[in-house]
Design a protein around this ligand. Structure first.
Ligand SMILES: [Zn+2]
Ligand SMILES: [Zn+2]
Length: 252
């Protein structure tokens, strides 16, 4: 793999150029985190013994998950190591010592609870109807509209802040169309948003996979990967914007 193939890269619309954050400075801290997780057999890392946090979850149906480490500096030059897991871990949004999700989990639950029962009820009705019934077509259109509305309301829960101090919604930031489900839940956006909102300047970011090799064979245990092209690259340019104001080179 090329030396910089793991780097965090994204095009920034405001600057008309790509911004980049290297992976190399964070690799050692990421290896230490993996060793820590394996030693404790849990992402609670000895601070939280909730059985839902055990690593065994990753060898079950979940198969595996991405983890990330951000090495950052504060104003006084002190180094900080931030860590994140992608999405939820075994249904848990917040774990002590890990950066929180960008959205407010309580607001997420409220949005889900308002629409999901209606969508599920429609699905049950649709399944009972003959595939040629005209009412079935109408119900399917209704369900599609509800699902799209639900997706839009979930995306609207993500407001991201960059290193320039700008805060925008996912829909405003995302480059291109067809934002995939789960955009904003990966490690890189969680870590960069946390750094930007806590006065920390990113120095390096590395993501690695933990679990069984995935079905398509593109992820294996303990390997490093660049932030994903589908969900992350279209928002990373915004999130990395402004790092140069803190004396870091962001252009390439
Ligand atoms: Zn991603
Ligand atoms: Zn920029």
């Amino acid at each position: 793999m090329e030396k910089d193939a793991l780097d965090c890269i994204g095009y920034c619309r405001d600057c008309g150029q790509e911004h980049c954050l290297p992976a190399a400075p964070a690799l050692d801290a990421a290896r230490e985190l993996l060793a820590d997780m394996e030693r404790h057999r849990s992402i609670g890392l000895g601070m939280d013994d909730d059985p839902r946090l055990h690593l065994g979850y990753l060898s079950g149906p979940a198969r595996g998950q991405m983890f990330g480490v951000l090495l950052a500096r504060d104003d006084s030059g002190r180094e900080h190591v931030l860590k994140a897991f992608s999405g939820q871990y075994n249904g848990v949004w917040e774990v002590p010592g890990w950066v929180p999700p960008i959205l407010d989990p309580a607001a997420f639950e409220r949005v889900i609870q308002s629409d999901e029962p209606r969508i599920k009820a429609l699905t049950r009705e649709i399944d009972l109807l003959a595939s040629t019934a005209p009412v079935r077509v109408r119900l399917m259109a209704e369900r599609r509209q509800l699902s799209q509305g639900l997706m839009a309301r979930i995306f609207d829960l993500y407001w991201l802040t960059n290193l320039r101090g700008q805060t925008r919604s996912l829909a405003e930031i995302f480059l291109g169309s067809g934002m995939p489900t789960g955009t904003g839940e990966c490690c890189a956006p969680k870590l960069l948003h946390f750094a930007a909102t806590h006065g920390l300047i990113p120095v390096g970011l590395a993501e690695f996979y933990v679990g069984r090799e995935n079905r398509s064979g593109t992820r294996s245990h303990g390997e490093f990967y660049a932030p994903c092209a589908e969900k992350c690259r279209p928002i990373l340019g915004f999130l990395l914007c402004g790092r140069d104001r803190h004396g870091e080179d962001t252009s390439r």
